[in-house]
Design a protein around this ligand. Structure first.
Ligand code: DQA
Length: 147
């Protein structure tokens, strides 16, 4: 039997992790975070599918492909977190558990980062724990619904 799939989505500029503002986001690369998330998913008997895009519409298309196919969804939407109602609407169409994930704690940063337009439609949020958040998010997404 095939394993359930958790989709991990990475939004704009996250492809530059490791080089981009390391004092805020750390020195680990996106590949490092994906590897940690994948190891956690596999230890729980799940498969992890990762996509990164700098384009809002592409992320929305990817969420549509998760509908009816993936058991859970994790997204670090980058700055789209703060203004993309289209992304929020797409997330609301996904039937399984959803985790909003951030390396930094946007609530403790600039005023404009304090608003998340996706927060009202996700199951929960993990923010501010750096790379530790990736395996945590997998555990939360995969565990949600099992008590
Ligand atoms: C981020 C926080 C966002 O405010 C920012 O625009 C990012 C990264 C994080 O992971 O901390 O691109 O989502």
């Amino acid at each position: 039997m095939s394993r359930p799939v958790v989709m991990l989505l990475s939004g704009p500029n996250l492809n530059l992790l490791g080089e981009r503002e390391p004092e805020v986001y750390g020195r680990a690369t996106l590949a490092d975070h994906v590897e940690a998330a994948r190891a956690e998913a596999e230890s729980l008997g799940w498969e992890l599918e990762h996509h990164q895009s700098n384009h809002e519409g592409h992320l929305i298309d990817l969420i549509h492909t998760a509908r009816g196919r993936c058991g859970a969804l994790i997204i670090n939407p980058g700055a789209l977190t703060h203004y993309s109602r289209a992304l929020a609407d797409a997330l609301a169409t996904f039937e399984g558990p959803t985790v909003e994930l951030h390396l930094s704690n946007p609530a403790a940063r600039e005023d404009w980062r304090r608003v998340s337009v996706v927060a009202p439609v996700v199951t929960g949020t993990i923010a501010g724990f750096g790379g530790v958040g990736y395996p945590l998010a997998v555990r939360a997404a995969v565990g949600a619904g099992s008590g």
